[in-house]
Ligand binder design. Structure first.
Ligand code: HEC
Ligand code: HEC
Ligand code: HEC
Length: 237
């Protein structure tokens, strides 16, 4: 009997370790009434955005089509790629980053947990150019999950078929482990307490210096939400 429990224990430990920390926290999360009501309101207001194929005024700059990664991050089952719209000032930069940084790097910031950041492959290809994004890892396991993950498929199905209230519950539960606001620009673009270990990610000393002293994130850090005006001359400060 003792051996039986030891084996079960070992198996459970293995299963627990092989799980994404996000999935673990999501399954353990509970939702209070206030959050549920907020989510219900969001779901009722939620509109599926249709991208226009032919814009009346064509884009001024020649734009190459964005390369689509073979694997889709779970979040993009519901969120557009690019996902950011609200903050008109920062959204282009945030959207640029979401091409090489996983959503979870910025939106999964649990308290008191030491995460490690590594390049995660978003491609099946073994040879040739592979698409990689910086993602959080916990105990050697990526926190990021893809749309083909069992849980992601289950949620996709429920999202399609359920009524507004169960969907609100699902939205609230899915977002409980996430932070609404991602990190400030300087969380990564400063040498003080950097979120990412750029050297471990393979950046050279020269590149690190450039990223940590870059004028653009510094420029953004000087603006508070209420400030409406951006002055290009501030870039020179
Ligand atoms: C099943 C659909 C679904 C999935 C999957 C999903 N979201 Fe959302 N998310 C929503 C909806 C609905 C909203 C409410 C705003 C809206 O209507 O677009 C939202 C809102 C948000 C917000 C704004 C704050 C808030 O909670 O309202 C953030 C940030 C966010 N999602 C990040 C993520 C990230 C990161 C992932 C992946 C880990 C993810 N979402 C996965 C549906 C989803
Ligand atoms: C480089 C960090 C970063 C990455 C990567 C990132 N986000 Fe965000 N995200 C932020 C920040 C910062 C905000 C808050 C913006 C604000 O309102 O000031 C935000 C806000 C949001 C919002 C709510 C506001 C809005 O713009 O509509 C959603 C939804 C969201 N993110 C989804 C995602 C999804 C989905 C991904 C992955 C495809 C992702 N984010 C990747 C930093 C990031
Ligand atoms: C989660 C960490 C993270 C956050 C938060 C972040 N960045 Fe970055 N940023 C990076 C990394 C890593 C690169 C380098 C990507 C590459 O080229 O490999 C980068 C690259 C850039 C570059 C291009 C640098 C160059 O000259 O090649 C700009 C500009 C930039 N970020 C601006 C911003 C702004 C503005 C914000 C806030 C809205 C922001 N970043 C938030 C990690 C971050």
């Amino acid at each position: 009997m003792k051996i039986f429990f030891a084996v079960v224990g070992l198996l459970l430990a293995f299963v627990a370790q092989a799980q994404s920390l996000y999935v673990e926290q999501l399954e353990a999360s509970s939702v209070d009434d206030k959050t549920l009501q907020q989510a219900h309101k969001q779901i009722k207001q939620h509109k599926i955005i249709k991208l226009k194929a032919n814009i009346f005024v064509p884009p001024f700059h020649k734009q190459l089509p964005v390369k689509v990664a073979a694997k889709k991050e779970f979040c993009n089952n519901c969120h557009l790629s690019p996902p950011h719209r609200k903050d008109e000032r920062k959204r282009s930069f945030l959207n640029m980053h979401s091409r090489y940084i996983s959503c979870q790097t910025c939106h999964f910031q649990p308290q008191g947990v030491q995460l490690e950041y590594r390049w995660l492959s978003f491609d099946e290809e073994k040879s040739g150019e592979t698409e990689k994004r910086i993602a959080p890892f916990y105990k050697n396991q990526p926190v990021t999950i893809f749309s083909e993950h069992e849980l992601a498929r289950k949620i996709e199905q429920e999202w399609k078929t359920e009524a507004t209230l169960p969907r609100a519950k699902l939205k609230a539960k899915l977002h409980a482990p996430l932070s609404e606001k991602g990190p400030e620009c300087l969380a990564c673009h400063d040498s003080k307490k950097p979120l990412l270990d750029l050297s471990a990610l393979g950046y050279s000393d020269k590149e690190i210096k450039k990223l940590q002293q870059h004028a653009i994130p510094r420029f953004f850090s000087r603006f508070k939400k209420e400030d409406k005006r951006l002055r290009m001359t501030d870039l020179l400060r």
